[in-house]
Design a protein around this ligand. Structure first.
Ligand code: NAP
Length: 291
């Protein structure tokens, strides 16, 4: 039986807005808040209640979802929301945060009587809009039951990584997967830049690898953004740079060298400095050229 929980969603950016629409489409009661209210307002037409403060948005919610920029933004927002928390509400923390952020967030949840679930997602804007994310989760059994209808609404598949949200088991898995995403992105955009430099048609590059072991959806997605000159963000470059830094910090703590990811951070830094931070991470392409 589908349980239509009264859900609060804090953060209606690219991912949060898409998740919100799928929660509403599947009959969930949804209360939303976003720092920039104008970005949350269009969700009212889909049936969401839009609030001025995070505390008002979480009032009466059985499930609170956070989908914000990073760990500090999430903690700050949850501190503001605290006056509205109901005891025993489940907190699905879906922002991509650092391994070190998770125990801090879990401790905050415990102090406020929330059932904490470390719950990052895999998949970008299009799968989020289609309700086809892969949701990763670590949290207690009681949360699994409470979140079943939410995960059905936003995702195609849920991977449970453990029973203890504070262990960051889901975030660790997320960072490993994101490292692969970033490697694919840098590989794709640098190859298109190299094609340009060598006078090779990028379409010939894509056609040549098509259907073979070197092929994958990401290389087409990101290369075509460059070829079409359309860098509308699915995953903003600034966000990708943040994730790369989280990956390297986690790797450092584990004694793992991340030469490729560190080089990728430098490419993101140059692209951000040239004003491409709000564009899709495919705009790392521009870091290939000196002017
Ligand atoms: P986004 O469109 O840039 O949205 C970021 C959200 O965070 C906005 O609601 C923004 O509010 C809010 N925010 C930023 N700083 C804040 C602060 N200090 N206090 C309160 N709110 C703050 O990003 P997104 O693509 O939806 O990504 C959200 C999270 O999901 C990130 O952690 C990202 O790494 C992760 N993620 C993204 C993707 C993807 O492909 N896009 C995929 C998986 C996971 P304003 O509107 O006021 O700026």
């Amino acid at each position: 039986m589908v349980d239509h929980k009264n859900v609060a969603l804090l953060g209606t950016g690219i991912m949060g807005a898409a998740m919100a629409r799928n929660l509403l489409r599947t009959g969930h009661g949804l209360r939303v808040w976003n720092r920039t209210r104008a970005k949350a307002e269009p969700l009212a037409a889909d049936g969401a209640q839009v609030f001025d403060t995070a505390a008002e948005a979480v009032t009466g919610a059985d499930v609170v979802i956070t989908m914000l920029f990073d760990g500090p933004a999430t903690l700050e927002t949850m501190r503001d929301a605290a006056p509205g928390f109901g005891r025993g509400a489940v907190w699905l923390q879906s922002t991509t945060v650092g391994v070190d952020d998770v125990p801090r967030l879990a401790a905050f949840g415990a102090e406020h009587g929330l059932v904490f679930v470390d719950g990052p997602v895999l998949g970008t804007k299009a799968p989020a809009e289609a309700g086809k994310l892969t949701t990763l989760a670590a949290g207690p059994q009681e949360a699994r039951e409470a979140l079943a209808s939410v995960f059905d609404a936003i995702g195609a598949r849920t991977v449970w990584a453990g029973d203890d949200g504070a262990s960051a088991a889901a975030t660790r898995l997320k960072l490993v997967c994101n490292n692969w995403t970033l490697a694919l992105t840098h590989g794709a955009v640098e190859s298109v830049a190299l094609a340009k430099g060598l006078g090779v048609d990028p379409t010939a590059f894509l056609d040549t690898i098509k259907g073979g072991l070197m092929d994958c959806g990401y290389v087409h997605l990101k290369s075509e953004m460059i070829m079409n000159g359309d860098f509308t963000p699915s995953f903003a470059l600034t966000n990708a740079a943040k994730d790369a830094r989280l990956i390297v910090a986690a790797a450092d703590a584990a004694g793992v060298r991340m030469d490729v990811t560190e080089a990728g951070i430098e490419r993101f830094r140059r692209a951000e400095a040239d004003g491409h931070g709000d564009e899709d991470m495919a705009a790392a392409y521009f870091a290939s050229f000196d002017d």
